[in-house]
Design a protein around this ligand. Structure first.
Ligand SMILES: [Mg+2]
Length: 294
């Protein structure tokens, strides 16, 4: 397989696998987690092993929207609404796991087609679905960065969420194009116009101890956890397992780290047993193929 294609496919498959590894342990604190080395069943949504949650559903809606319409807010909102109303790209028959902010934004859009106003709440939710953007814009760093930031506006119009999305979009685009881990962690941010608070999290991460990290679901803190995790591991497998072992919003942390490390290490370095056991893997691979062939 061509290396660019390998890394491109790895981004979306990595997102889904990272999410599925964390899905049964959502909202369990780090100290109370069992040992996680593989897919498990259970959790608040009573999932089978290999099944995934809302972050993946939204990523797949975003992927289909990009394939059909390019980057288009209206198209994205309609796909997300179809997920909520009809279970489009849900792992089960209906949608589940929708966060309040996303629900409010979609209800509002259905009423008057307006996107959400600026909010103070900094959330990592939009970070966990964005891999399709840099996959689609894999030939343009600037477009990948810009539209990854834009993708947050549909549900989470918050400056920290937006700038964290911009960074992750640029990271994945560069990873797809073969950037090394050192370049991704130390140099990519220099070519982006990011707010100070987000830059600081990126620049400092290599000096941080695990006890310095804050696992509270905020975009800038989850971005820091993701970068720390990638810095301190050397394979896709170790990266995603380390991410979900933080506890808390485990499926979302798994998705964020899964897409970044999936692009860095490539599909061929994602354990085959996980790909085989991933729920609806053919459907996800088909969308990934379409995005990577664009
Ligand atoms: Mg979650």
């Amino acid at each position: 397989m061509k290396e660019t294609k390998n890394r491109c496919l790895g981004a979306l498959i990595g997102l889904a696998i990272g999410n599925a590894l964390g899905a049964p342990f959502e909202y369990i604190d780090m100290e109370k987690l069992p040992e996680i080395n593989d897919f498990h069943s259970g959790g608040i949504y009573n999932l089978n092993a290999g099944e995934w949650t809302d972050d993946v559903s939204m990523a797949l809606c975003l992927a289909e929207s990009l394939i059909e319409d390019g980057f288009d807010f209206d198209s994205q909102m309609k796909k997300y609404l179809k997920w909520i109303d009809e279970g489009l790209y849900s792992c089960k028959k209906t949608a589940f796991g929708i966060d309040n902010q996303t629900m409010d934004a979609l209800i509002q859009y259905e009423k008057d087609a307006s996107l959400p106003k600026i909010i103070d709440k900094d959330s990592h939710k939009p970070l966990a679905r964005l891999a399709p953007i840099p996959m689609y814009f894999k030939n343009s760093f600037n477009d990948a960065v810009f539209y990854s930031g834009q993708s947050a506006y549909t549900t989470h119009n918050n400056i920290y969420s937006i700038h964290s999305c911009k960074f992750i979009g640029g990271f994945i685009q560069q990873a797809i194009n073969g950037a090394t881990k050192r370049v991704l962690l130390e140099e990519v941010h220099r070519h982006m116009d990011l707010i100070y608070d987000v830059k600081l999290k990126i620049v400092d991460v290599t000096y941080k101890d695990i006890n310095d990290l804050i696992n509270d679901g905020k975009a800038i803190n989850s971005l820091e956890i993701a970068l720390w995790t990638i810095h301190n591991t050397n394979s896709f497998k170790d990266a995603v397992l380390t991410a979900v072992r933080f506890g808390g919003d485990t499926d979302t942390l798994g998705a964020i780290v899964g897409q970044m490390s999936g692009a860095l290490y490539g599909l061929e370095n994602i354990p085959k047993v996980w790909l085989l056991k991933l729920a609806k893997k053919d459907m996800i691979l088909e969308l990934a193929e379409k995005l990577c062939n664009k």
